[in-house]
Ligand binder design. Structure first.
Ligand SMILES: [Fe+2]
Length: 244
């Protein structure tokens, strides 16, 4: 199985992901070894925490792309951001400070993990109202949302797509997140699973344990959709929504 990972903090020196160039290359090596063949780098776009890091990101991306081309010519790389929702987000996109995924209409958006669920719903709706297609990052990790299936259904029927972190269903964020994520998966609410990797020690780019879980529980075609097919469509700007 060849994975497509479209949520990963592997670019170095731009956020709280890879700290050094060496670590960036190690993350890419690890992703490749575990079967990933498409990577969309998504450093945080959160000026409050990391400043406006667009230039640094471009520089780091060029190095990463060169490395991948040399070491792993059968792998494709793309660029995006994980936007921490703020009212000004569309002006940041227009000015180039923040990117959608591979310049499509798909926008990976996250919130503080302890954000009130009403604020998450409002933020997602405001992204929808500007014509971007929000992908809510790691829906299973928001403390005030992850047990509330009704609100998660609502987000979906509003038009949001939902991403899950690969660590969640296999216990990497603890028992309660594991439970919540498995429940959300069971309801068929998840559109894609990505690593959200930040290094090579703890939150790594290795998707294989989560893939094995989904494959065992839900079979081939669902696993293929969540770990590759939907991400590839997103990067091409194609529609992935089924009737919901
Ligand atoms: Fe992330």
């Amino acid at each position: 199985m060849e994975f497509a990972d479209i949520h990963i903090h592997a670019l170095s020196g731009v956020d709280d992901g890879a700290r050094t160039e060496d670590e960036m290359y190690s993350m890419i090596d690890k992703a490749y070894r575990s079967g990933t063949r498409v990577i969309c780098f998504t450093p945080h776009c959160a000026p409050k925490y990391f400043g406006f890091n667009g230039d640094k990101i471009n520089k780091s991306f060029r190095k990463a792309a060169k490395y991948v081309q040399r070491q792993y010519p059968d792998t494709q790389v793309y660029l995006g951001n994980e936007l921490q929702y703020a009212r000004e987000f569309s002006s940041w996109i227009k000015s180039g400070e923040c990117r959608t995924l591979n310049d499509t209409r798909y926008l990976l958006v996250d919130f503080p993990l302890n954000e009130e669920k009403e604020a998450i719903v409002r933020g997602v709706r405001s992204v929808l109202s500007t014509g971007y297609q929000p992908i809510l990052a790691h829906v299973e990790r928001y403390t005030h949302l992850n047990k509330d299936l009704k609100t998660i259904y609502e987000l979906k029927s509003d038009g949001a797509l939902l991403q899950m972190d690969s660590q969640s269903p296999v216990g990497g964020f603890g028992f309660f997140v594991k439970l919540a994520s498995r429940r959300i998966l069971k309801e068929g609410l998840i559109d894609l699973i990505s690593s959200d990797a930040h290094g090579v020690g703890d939150r790594t780019p290795d998707l294989s344990a989560a893939y094995k879980y989904v494959l065992d529980q839900y079979g081939d075609s669902r696993a293929e959709r969540l770990f590759a097919a939907n991400a590839l469509k997103i990067l091409k700007g194609k529609d992935i929504r089924e009737e919901f």
